[in-house]
Design a protein around this ligand. Structure first.
Ligand code: G3H
Ligand code: 13P
Ligand code: ZN
Length: 320
């Protein structure tokens, strides 16, 4: 069942965070649904602009609609990740997404508010909710490149005004993380102190943490031992997710870690079986490993085991 992120956040706020996982293909889709059902977790599927154009946006839509039929128990939101204004309108008009992210965080404060407000008006008219971003993460985002040195953390004092004037339903905050496999260069780290100030400014308002992959060292070592060359890769300490959830984070974005699982499985498979060329044997291993990976993340986020309670909340609301 596809629901809005708003519904999922109402249940999660202050208690746990929902995993928001990026997908690009069939194998990720299968692993994602299996992993979330194995761990009985509600979840968010997110599609980036790059994922939508990897084949054709209709292909991912078709995969997700089929997965909904194959796994009728699943409760999830379908979210556009890092949309620009036009991509948001396209997603809103498609009728498929329950949630979109407008990322105008690279614009000045007033322009960010104006663009976000336009997207919010269009989305709300169709019952779709909007995530916006204030502050800038380090690393490379889809249509904007921000150097680590220029990365700007969210200003807690501006956050309240931004939310009130833009009308967004959740806010992505920059608290020290960055996208990709190379986070926290030099003395950087996760700034839960800044998160606490943002929560004080916006009590009860759902916050989103991007760039939240953990980049497990064991995964990096296995990739390198199988021919990879990931040097100095580093991620977010997953044991901090629960604390972030208590401080108002309801959505935690994870993409890179899933790519590392894919990379490790395929590198090891073809290293150990050099005469193989069938795509399905490593694909099957990947789906099982990805499902395990998702279930493990959900444990760390606290979303594991929450599916039935979310179902009951939705049922109680629809009976009213
Ligand atoms: O924040 C970016 C996400 O990891 C999506 O990555 O644009 O390469 O699909 P992508
Ligand atoms: P990672 O690169 O840390 O997985 O972050 C993903 C993300 O923020 C997607 O929006
Ligand atoms: Zn992101």
């Amino acid at each position: 069942m596809i629901v809005t992120t708003k519904k999922l956040f109402e249940h999660a706020y202050g208690k746990y965070a929902i995993g928001a996982y990026n997908i690009n293909n069939l194998e990720q889709t299968m692993g994602l649904f299996r992993g979330n059902l194995d761990s009985q977790a509600p979840f968010i599927i997110q599609l980036s602009k790059g994922a939508r154009s990897y084949t054709n946006k209709k292909m991912l839509e078709g995969l997700i609609r089929s997965a909904e039929e194959v796994f009728p128990e699943a409760i999830f939101a379908v979210h556009l990740d890092h949309g620009d204004e036009q991509t948001c309108y396209d997603a809103i008009e498609s009728g498929f997404y329950s949630s979109v992210m407008i990322d105008a965080s690279h614009e000045d404060f007033e322009t960010n508010i104006a663009i976000t407000r336009r997207v919010v008006d269009a989305a709300h008219a169709r019952g779709i909710v909007v995530e916006a971003e204030l502050g800038q993460l380090g690393g490379v985002e889809e249509h904007v490149s921000v150097s680590e040195a220029d990365a700007k953390l969210t200003d807690p004092k501006m956050a309240r005004e931004f939310v009130e004037r833009s009308g967004c339903d959740s806010l992505a905050v920059a608290i020290g993380t960055s996208h990709g496999a190379y986070k926290f260069s030099g003395s950087q780290g996760l700034r839960l102190d800044v998160l606490a100030q943002i929560q004080q400014a916006l009590p009860g308002f759902p916050l989103v943490m991007h760039g939240s992959s953990s980049v497990p060292q064991e995964e990096v070592e296995r990739i390198n031992a199988a021919g990879g060359a990931l040097k100095g890769a580093k991620g977010v300490d997953a044991s901090k997710f629960r604390e972030a959830a208590r401080l108002g984070v309801t959505k935690v974005n994870i993409d890179t870690d899933g790519r590392l699982v894919w990379c490790r499985v395929h590198r090891e498979f073809f290293r150990d079986k050099p005469a193989e060329f069938d795509l399905r044997p490593p694909g099957k291993i990947f789906m099982a490993e990805y499902a395990r990976f998702i279930a493990d993340k959900n444990d760390k986020l606290g979303s594991a085991g929450q599916l039935e309670a979310v179902r009951q909340m939705l049922a109680a609301e629809s009976a009213r």
